[in-house]
Design a protein around this ligand. Structure first.
Ligand code: LLP
Length: 386
């Protein structure tokens, strides 16, 4: 929800840009911390969702750890104040430089995705005379019922180690002296709005945890990843997700042993609702069925609609100030030379004119970080409200 003052202020900046409402982020973080602390859960922020400096600074100040998927993310986290002992490093294709850097920083844990990777980390740790802490990323074959591009926990996905490989892995780990298995890691997908897949994940984790105990591994860490979804349709109604219900599912169904820690890697649910992509209408063009509102922002600033057919609420802020009724439909498109450069079809809006300020909501996660300079576009800019 934008106040009239905010809208007037936004109108002064050169569009397009990301606008972050740090108050929303602040309140979201307070809720995450409050609800996770009820059970002593450890939350790592998934850097891939948004690594904007101001955002991660605030997240770091609230005491969260970091979940990184590249050497540069690990570096960025450390340089911005995250303790290396709160950093987990995942990814199916960590290269040698990235592994060496993370080893040199003594990070908390590598989330290891394949048998081959275990061998390489062992070899590189040996060269540094170190023992790397490892969690095995397990593919639990749990359906997240989300978009196919962001489902990660099915057998057909490239992520993690499959249960049929467990015995081989266990025999191998016993021989590798420069890695220590400290935990199990899972992540079934992203934008999961129903809690049932998380309950199913808990039941799988319970079995697998038991299996490893029977094989002699009393593991200290269980990491269940992230993935809890947000309300893209009504960002103001649910600007903070129900973290109490989310953490409660894990408490109810996972059955940890007394010494075991539960870790999470949350991205979208922390940063999505604090960010909007702000743009100006360049042209209105008459189409056959609906008119086009052509914006100065495109898929280069926010690729989610083009890539995943993702829905983002679109608002005409200028028309909101004038309390204009919503009585028109527009295909809201960007300036990029691709037909997929479309933010929404037949979007219901007030009458929209050149120069109107448009907000594309819930864009704080996987927005700015996925922007590109295709068509040699300007670098993406951002502003904040404190
Ligand atoms: N942990 C792992 C291992 C992950 O792969 C991810 C996200 C997360 C945690 C954080 O998930 P979250 O809480 O943000 O759902 N670009 C896509 C989303 C890709 C998610 C990739 N992995 C989008 O725009 O929807």
């Amino acid at each position: 929800m934008f106040s009239e003052n905010t809208i007037k202020q936004l109108a002064n900046y050169k569009t397009p840009f990301y606008y972050y409402d740090l108050k929303v982020l602040h309140n979201t973080l307070d809720e995450v911390v409050k609800q996770s602390q009820k059970y002593n859960y450890h939350v790592h922020y998934a850097f891939k969702a948004n690594s904007n400096k101001k955002i991660i600074e605030l997240i770091c100040n609230k005491g969260l750890g970091a979940d990184c998927v590249s050497g540069n993310e690990v570096k960025h986290a450390i340089e911005n104040g995250f303790a290396s002992q709160k950093i987990v490093f995942a990814g199916v294709g960590k290269n040698d430089d990235e592994i060496n850097y993370a080893l040199s920083q003594n990070i908390f844990c590598f989330n290891c995705e394949s048998i081959h990777e275990l061998q390489i980390i062992n070899e590189l740790a040996g060269k540094q005379n170190k023992v790397a802490s490892i969690a095995l990323r397990i593919n639990p074959n749990v359906d997240a019922h989300t978009h196919q591009y962001i489902t990660t926990g099915l057998e057909e996905n490239k992520f993690g180690i499959n249960p049929y490989e467990f015995d081989t892995v266990i025999n191998l780990i016993k021989q590798l002296s420069h890695i220590q298995l400290i935990g199990l890691h899972f992540h079934i997908g992203s934008q999961i709005t129903d809690l049932v897949p998380f309950k199913n994940l808990c039941l799988k984790v319970k079995q697998i945890n038991h299996y490893f105990l029977n094989k002699g591994f009393d593991l200290a860490v269980i990491n269940v990843g992230g993935g809890v979804g947000i309300n893209y349709k009504e960002p103001d109604k649910d600007s903070i997700i129900d973290f109490a219900a989310y953490f409660k599912v894990f408490n109810d169904f996972i059955e940890l042993r007394p010494q075991q820690e539960l870790h999470f890697e949350l991205g979208r649910s922390i940063v999505a609702q604090c960010g909007s992509l702000i743009s100006k209408v360049l042209y209105i063009k008459n189409g056959i069925n609906t008119n086009f509102a052509i914006l100065d922002a495109g898929m280069t600033e926010l690729i989610r609609p083009a890539l995943y057919q993702a829905f983002h609420k679109i608002e005409n802020l200028t028309a909101q100030i004038h309390h204009l009724p919503i009585n028109q439909k527009y295909d809201v498109v960007g300036p990029i030379c691709e037909s997929s450069d479309c933010f929404g079809k037949a979007v219901e809006l007030p009458e929209t004119k050149r120069g109107d300020i448009i907000a594309i909501r819930s864009a704080g996660a996987y927005g700015e970080v996925m922007s590109s300079r295709y068509n040699l576009r300007d670098e993406t800019r951002s502003y904040y409200s404190e």
